[in-house]
Write a protein that binds this ligand. Structure first.
Ligand code: SF4
Length: 344
């Protein structure tokens, strides 16, 4: 199914998302990184600099590379035993089934890797599946890309069948932006294709304004079919770095039966510094959310350590050991309390 979209700078100008005067300065951005925004996302835009538009409309700031920014910020290539597969943790692998997305997010952590059309070649897929099959410690396969749900329902079904045939794979996790950015692709055929292995879909969404009625219906189709739903968001300066915006997003997700899972600190991808907050700012937002919304609604704020060392929670300490079983505990309002571990 072809998804209707705005492709490239010229179409962004036609749509009024980029002014003709600013287009020449953006040509180097277009040469470096693909530009694409679905019609579904265009329909969620109110003004050319609102929180939805800014995620997809190119900016000259993308040409500024800051110290420490990297081509492969989370180290996918560091832990790749076979092409298209990342094996960072013992019990799970990431399978990069395609490098294509329906949108190209301006802050993408894989922006140097995504953008090509086409999926992982069959020979590479066979080698990746063989690697999974001979490694019984692998209990979970994470499909990513690009966006794995750009593949047709028929191809997804074929992949699910092949993964279901590997007895030690308990869970398939699909990381995707499609239920929100191209909800028309969540067809009954695609939902049917997700039956078989236990499937969790992790929906990437950053702002409640992205989630329109069609996205709500798409998430409802997935939830109705028994697919587990989690979300991941990226903390983005000027887009969702406020308590009110995050609260609205997480409340909306919970209403749609999507459990907020991760809030990512913006990775050190090249040309994304204008989106990045400090870790201290992110921690302050998370602290302000606690007590304001239920614990079930609060995702884990995480950093993917540059170089491929994996994710760590960026938690602010609520419990400080004082020795002798005594703890200093800070509540969500900042009140301090003593707590002693009972004698064992
Ligand atoms: S959909 Fe995901 S992989 Fe694709 S550009 Fe956006 S963040 Fe990157």
């Amino acid at each position: 199914m072809a998804v209707r979209a705005i492709n490239g700078l010229a179409e962004m100008v036609e749509e009024g998302l980029v002014t003709p005067a600013s287009a020449p300065a953006l040509r180097p951005v277009e040469e470096a990184f693909r530009i694409r925004m679905t019609r579904a996302m265009r329909d969620r835009v109110d003004t050319a600099d609102d929180p939805v538009a800014r995620q997809f409309v190119p900016a000259v700031e993308e040409l500024t590379i800051r110290d420490g920014e990297l081509g492969d910020p989370i180290g996918d290539e560091t832990h790749s035993p076979v092409k298209g597969l990342t094996h960072r943790y013992p019990d799970r692998v990431i399978l990069h089934v395609t490098k294509t997305c329906e949108v190209y997010c301006r802050f993408c952590f894989r922006r140097e890797a995504v953008g090509d059309e086409g999926s992982l070649p069959e020979a590479d897929l066979v080698a990746a599946l063989d690697y999974i099959a001979v490694n019984p410690a692998i209990r979970e396969v994470i499909l990513t890309g690009g966006d794995p749900l750009v593949l047709s329902a028929r191809r997804i079904k074929g992949l699910m069948d092949r993964l279901a045939a590997i007895a030690h794979v308990d869970v398939v996790r699909i990381h995707t932006r499609i239920p929100v950015v191209a909800p028309e692709k969540i067809t009954p055929e695609l939902v049917d294709a997700l039956r078989g292995p236990v499937v969790w879909v992790v929906v990437h969404t950053n702002h409640a304004q992205e989630i329109g009625e069609a996205a709500e219906a798409a998430l409802g189709r997935l939830a109705g079919a028994g697919v587990g739903l989690l979300s991941q968001s990226v903390l983005l300066r000027g887009i969702n770095d406020s308590v009110a915006v995050l609260e609205e997003l997480f409340r909306k997700l919970m209403r749609l039966r999507v459990k907020p899972y991760y809030l990512h600190h913006c990775d050190l991808a090249k040309g994304t510094g204008h989106f990045r907050t400090t870790i201290a700012e992110g921690q302050a937002l998370m602290a302000a959310l606690r007590g304001r919304v239920s614990g079930a609604m609060i995702p884990t704020y995480v950093l993917d350590i540059p170089g491929g060392y994996g994710k760590v929670p960026l938690v602010r300490d609520y419990a400080e050991p004082l020795g002798g079983g005594l703890w200093r505990i800070t509540d969500w309002r900042g009140g301090v309390h003593g707590y002693r571990d009972p004698e064992r």
